[in-house]
Design a protein around this ligand. Structure first.
Ligand code: V47
Ligand code: SF4
Length: 382
């Protein structure tokens, strides 16, 4: 019996697409031109079959999730990204929130005796929350709960922190690592190409600065994620350029764990006139990312932004991770118009969501070590 990928190879008449399908079957890297062609003419079923082939070769039916919670220290921000529905400019800081170190520590303590493995800390760029402030926060969290993996600060926050403290990226990263920082989340990448970045996020760190921070973290033995904010004013060429820069850095360092495409949501921001992408485009993007980023081990659908049912669908288009149980503290997407107004899912709900599409739910830690395989389970202890 021939497999789905052989059927696609045999039935595709376009010679360029057929050649891409053969490359995928042989494990040969596709070129930028191939990637662009997939965006331009690859049907949903064509790219989906190729992406699913890669996904199952790497992970079988395993679908990872983790138990985490988010802390958002502030939504006050010195920057003014056009797509952001979340931040309040520093000039209007009375409209935003600012958490003290003890308030954040109280959030951590509220998870005492709960089996969470990760805290994800990301927020706006507040001029008063500096290196000293965040080092103290990291030290206090690590000493209160040493088993909790601290994944914190986008390259945008780090770039601002280091520049203000007059530290090089190496010096700053080393200090934060010593204080307890273990991984970096993937935010702030948006679209790297200056043609788009200048229009949507012109005043924050540029592509080179973002990549340098992740490269430095990797050299210090830390892992990180990478995102791409898509589905607004960028072209297919800009998407390929973005993924190309990530693929090149990953060839050098192997420090990225996961690629996370973030669908642009258009409520309550300066880009509300820009329509959102269709679900078909979303799934094609996931699939093409899985095919193009051959050196990224994982592809994540962030369900609070995509919606839980679309995240479930994405498991047929290359995705092998649907993030975590999260909790009720993530505001960035509900403020931008996501259907998920209260982004919480219990472990039982996540496991059911994955089981419903015949995949195997596996709880992981931040670095993808398996904590529990739920495939033959029995949800007695969730
Ligand atoms: O960089 C802001 C995005 C990101 C909108 O590493 C928006 O595990 C869509 O990076 N529509 C921050 N997206 C969140 C982030 C993240 C999320 C989950 C997991 C991880 C991880 C990282 O949120 C920003 C920006 O790209 N964002 N506004 C919006 N209107
Ligand atoms: Fe600030 Fe981040 Fe919003 Fe940009 S996306 S305005 S850096 S909080």
């Amino acid at each position: 019996m021939s497999s789905a990928i052989d059927t696609i190879i045999n039935s595709t008449t376009d010679t360029a697409l057929k050649a891409i399908a053969k490359k995928v079957k042989d494990g040969t890297r596709i070129s930028n031109e191939d990637g662009l062609l997939l965006f331009e003419i690859g049907s949903l079923s064509f790219v989906g079959t190729l992406a699913n082939f890669i996904r199952e070769k790497l992970h079988g039916n395993k679908t990872f999730f983790n138990r985490n919670f988010h802390i958002e220290p502030t939504n006050v921000c010195v920057f003014s990204c056009a797509f952001c529905s979340y931040s309040r400019l520093y000039a209007h800081k009375e409209e935003g929130w600012e958490l003290s170190i003890s308030q954040m520590l109280d959030i951590v303590k509220s998870y005492d005796n709960k089996p969470v493995t990760e805290v994800h800390i990301v927020g706006g760029v507040h001029p008063k929350m500096n290196m000293a402030y965040f080092k103290e926060l990291l030290q206090k969290i690590s000493s209160h709960r040493p088993d909790l993996h601290i994944k914190a600060f986008t390259a945008v926050e780090l770039d601002y922190m280091f520049r203000k403290a007059k530290l090089t990226v190496e010096e700053g990263m080393l200090q934060l690592k010593e204080a307890g920082l273990q991984s970096l989340p993937g935010g702030g990448a948006e679209i790297f190409h200056p043609e788009i970045r200048e229009k949507i996020a012109g005043d924050k760190v540029d592509a080179e600065g973002w990549l340098k921070i992740h490269e430095t973290a990797h050299h210090l033995g830390m892992h990180s994620n990478a995102t791409m904010l898509y589905g607004h004013i960028e072209s297919y060429e800009h998407r390929i350029d973005h993924m190309h820069r990530l693929r090149e850095l990953q060839d050098k360092t192997s420090g990225f764990n996961t690629f996370i495409p973030l669908k642009f949501r258009n409520a309550n921001n300066d880009m509300s006139h820009v329509p959102e992408s269709s679900i078909t485009e979303d799934m094609r993007l996931y699939a093409i990312a899985r095919i193009y980023l051959d050196n990224f081990p994982h592809l994540k659908a962030y369900w609070p932004m995509l919606g839980r049912h679309n995240a479930q669908l994405s498991l047929a288009f290359g995705v092998n991770d649907i993030d975590g149980t999260i909790d009720d503290s993530t505001k960035i997407y509900s403020m931008a118009g996501s259907e998920e107004q209260t982004p919480t899912m219990t472990t039982e709900e996540l496991v059911t969501l994955i089981n419903q599409v015949k995949r195997k739910p596996v709880e992981r830690d931040t670095l993808y070590n398996v904590i529990k395989d739920y495939s033959s389970n029995v949800l007695s202890e969730v």
